[in-house]
Write a protein that binds this ligand. Structure first.
Ligand code: ZN
Length: 153
């Protein structure tokens, strides 16, 4: 029963899968405070990369907002009519919304990209073998399969 729940979680979450592999490998109980998946130094380095990407997306979003709304504002100042200013107001709104979309989606995309890539890299570090009885992936230094109980010694 508990084993089935673990298998479902392992299937659906690569990060949780990585965590469970480490728990099995070290024969640790399955508590989230039991083992650090990654060190804080590693997390801060990745955090810095995401932060730099966020700044980059912020600059790009700002440029887009200025380009979209700036032309309309200049045109309104030249024309000087109420309609032109209303049009400029709409263009500034549209430019701001579009710029914010670029910043937020770009930031989230950067997080997904960096977290996924670093998870896969960490996963590669764990040496595994295939259980001859059930065919599942198991940490290399385990003495028996955590899924089916097959002994490797
Ligand atoms: Zn097995």
């Amino acid at each position: 029963m508990i084993q089935n729940a673990h298998n479902i979680l392992r299937y659906y979450s690569p990060i949780l899968k990585l965590y469970l592999e480490k728990c099995y490998k070290h024969n640790e109980p399955l508590f989230f405070w039991g083992i650090d998946l990654v060190s804080w130094g590693f997390a801060f380095r990745k955090g810095l990369v995401i932060w730099l990407w966020t700044i980059l997306w912020g600059i790009l979003g700002g440029i887009i907002a200025i380009v979209v709304s700036g032309g309309a504002l200049v045109a309104a100042l030249i024309a000087g009519t109420a309609e032109a200013f209303f049009g400029a107001f709409l263009a500034i709104m549209a430019g701001s919304i579009f710029g914010m979309l670029v910043v937020s989606i770009g930031t989230y995309a950067s997080i997904v990209k960096i977290v996924t890539e670093s998870t896969l890299k960490e996963q590669e570090k764990l040496e595994t073998r295939m259980c001859p009885q059930c065919g599942r992936t198991v940490a290399l230094d385990l003495k028996f399969c955590p899924h089916c109980g097959k002994s490797f010694v």
